[in-house]
Write a protein that binds this ligand. Structure first.
Ligand code: ADP
Ligand code: MG
Ligand code: ZN
Length: 617
């Protein structure tokens, strides 16, 4: 079989995506490779296809146990012999894997980096015919990255210990130049084929919401998107616990994940999410690496992350299947304070002072860039792409900022009155009192507190309450004011030095553009091609997939992806050949599941003989 035939037979796809072909050709020609491609772009196929065509075995070094299990399950389900070795197996199970591998029963073997230089593994490796060593998540080799794994440095020693040097191919989604150089250099890649595809994830819709009532936003979003799978990232364990609890008591099918939970519970919660038993995951950034769940429809950041690298990686867990998905960042000025605090208290023991100083500087710079993303009124996608060193042309017409019209009003004079008023309260009162005072409201409460005798009383009475609220939000975002964390949320003066030095307070307002002014570029979901009857069929196929997955104890998306099911509902095939036309249905998958899905479609047809399932383009 040639590469196309392998792609069709095992994976059910008709053509390669950008970058895949070059990588596969290089590997098959015996050349090393480095592919830097975004999440969801299909890096796995770049080594899985050659693995099936090369003699002997392909080793895949992968940092996370869950990632290995997921991939091996998916491969086995596609009829490909694959196994893994990591610490989740008992010694006896590991022996079995070695025995099978030595007999040539696997084409692909996943292994944790820690395992490479152990006696047992080396013994197996020097006697096996290893054609290809794949380093997945290769950025873990870089000491600059957030995910540095010292054991990745062992890979080189391991390769040197082999009697014949195999082809080495490295894969990552991390695009920075530092990381790229580190990978090339540390892995000692020889004349590698480098493939760097564009970083844009067209199916992701980016949006920043500068709001304080984050819970309300999250709740209403989840309501509107019930049944869809989503992740909500919080900055701290405490945030995770609190938000999880609040959603849980409202009956949201939610689970949680952070490093403070014991391993058994972490595992269970992760599986609940992967198997679609819980649709919403609330987690710290400890969650996600190694999650290949393809039908995550949204990723909400409850707090601003520490860097664009982190943000793009975490947000990028949405929409791996290529279907439109949303990445929403909820931003409040408080997030900046949390992040500064976290950075100030970062542990630098055992790190030489010079290095620590460098890291501190780098962290501060990254935080600034992240903050810039939250504040920009320009195209968000372009902001991201530019940061990762890509050339951009014009606004994307498909992000929160492109869909909004921003206006800025200079309210510096009014801001000074707000400062005066908060000063006069001596930080003892919250927003309501400050607003009432500035508006000169005739309220018993203000009399009681004595704010009616303030100089600022009624100073802004020509403004509406809404205008003043917006002004104060802006001042909170700009850091001129801050709010205490207790339940009284008292308003306090922040850093006003720049205001004193002649700085301006520009209040930014936006309106969502009128629907007719929003670009036609808005992406359609594949389900848009379905009529309501077609959607009914899709729902039935989805239900069938869930039953199949339960019976086989594998995650639903490994049986068929959402994208595949939608395509199946659109084409509604009547026989084997028709079914093989569906994207994601290969011969092996057909043998496993083809008939039962065909039967479901036939039943549907019988019950609805005149139903039109898809809209002709
Ligand atoms: P990455 O490792 O780059 O994040 P994956 O290898 O997990 O991405 O692939 C993401 C999704 O894209 C998977 O569901 C995979 O089956 C699908 N995919 C990969 N290559 C193709 C292709 N050529 N055609 C259609 N779908 C593909
Ligand atoms: Mg991957
Ligand atoms: Zn845009």
């Amino acid at each position: 079989m040639n590469a196309e035939e392998v792609l069709k037979h095992y994976f059910g796809y008709d053509s390669f995506r950008t970058g895949q072909r070059e990588m596969i050709d290089a590997i098959l020609a015996g050349r090393d490779g480095l592919a830097i491609m975004p999440t969801g772009s299909g890096k796995s196929l770049c080594y899985q296809v050659p693995a099936l065509m090369l003699p002997g075995i392909t080793l895949v070094i992968s940092p996370l146990i869950s990632l290995m299990q997921d991939q091996v399950q998916a491969l086995n389900d596609a009829g490909i012999h694959a196994g893994y070795i990591n610490s989740s197996l008992t010694e006896r199970q590991i022996e079995t894997v070695y025995r099978r591998a030595s007999r040539g029963q696997y084409k692909i073997l996943y292994v944790a980096p820690e395992r490479l230089l152990t006696e047992g593994f080396l013994f197996f490796a020097v006697h096996a015919q290893i054609s290809l060593v794949t380093v997945d998540e290769a950025h873990c080799i870089s000491q600059w990255g957030q995910d540095f794994r010292p054991s990745y440095l062992k890979i080189v020693d391991f390769i040197r210990a082999l009697p014949v040097r195999p082809v080495i191919a490295a894969f990552t989604a991390t695009a920075t130049e530092e990381v790229r150089k580190d990978i090339l250099c540390v892995l000692d890649l020889q004349d590698p084929q480098e493939v760097v595809t564009g970083f844009d994830r067209e199916n992701l819709y980016f949006r920043v919401e500068p709001i304080r009532r984050k819970d309300d936003f999250v709740r209403s979003y989840i309501n509107k998107h019930s049944g869809e799978s989503g992740i909500i990232y919080c900055a701290t364990r405490k945030n995770v616990e609190e938000l999880h609890q609040r959603l849980f008591v409202r009956g949201v099918p939610v689970t949680r994940y952070h490093a403070g939970l014991d391993p058994a519970e972490r595992k269970k919660n992760q599986e609940d999410f992967i198997y679609d038993r819980a649709t919403v995951m609330v987690a710290t950034n400890a969650f996600g690496m190694g999650i290949d769940k393809s039908n995550v429809r949204y990723v909400i950041h409850y707090n601003m992350p520490q860097s664009m690298e982190n943000y793009y990686q975490e947000a990028g867990r949405a929409g791996r299947d290529g279907e439109p998905s949303q990445c929403i960042l909820l931003f409040s000025a408080h997030d900046i304070m949390i992040n500064k605090y976290l950075l100030e208290h970062k542990d630098f023991t055992d790190i030489p002072e010079e290095d620590a100083a460098l890291i501190r500087e780098r962290d501060a710079r990254r935080l600034q860039v992240m903050e810039g993303y939250c504040r920009t009124t320009d195209c968000l996608r372009n902001y991201i792409l530019r940061y990762f060193g890509e050339k951009v042309s014009g606004p994307c017409d498909h992000c929160g900022n492109c869909d909004r019209e921003y206006t800025e009003t200079d309210m510096t004079a009014e801001a000074k009155w707000v400062i005066n008023c908060v000063t006069e309260t001596r930080g003892r009162y919250g927003l309501t009192v400050v607003l009432g005072t500035l508006l000169g409201a005739n309220r018993a409460r203000l009399k009681e507190l004595g704010t009616m005798s303030y100089r600022s009383f009624g100073a802004l009475k020509d403004h509406s309450e809404e205008e003043l609220r917006q002004l104060i939000s802006q001042m909170l975002l700009d850091g001129y004011l801050w709010q205490t964390e207790d339940r009284y949320s008292l308003l306090r003066i922040g850093d006003i030095s720049s205001l004193k030095a002649g700085g301006q307070v520009l209040v930014r307002r936006y309106r969502e553009k009128e629907p007719e002014r929003v670009s036609r570029k808005r992406r359609k979901r594949s389900t848009d091609a379905l009529t309501s009857a077609g959607y009914g069929l899709f729902e039935r196929l989805r239900q069938l997939r869930l039953e199949v997955a339960r019976k086989e104890s594998i995650p639903p998306y490994i049986v068929f992806s959402d994208k595949t099911l939608i395509d199946m509902a659109v084409k509604a095939p009547a026989d084997r050949n028709g079914m093989l036309e569906v994207s994601g249905v290969g011969a092996v998958k057909f043998d496993k599941y083809g008939e039962i899905f065909l039967r479901e479609i036939a039943d549907f047809r019988k019950e609805h003989p005149d139903a039109v399932v898809s809209i002709e383009d």
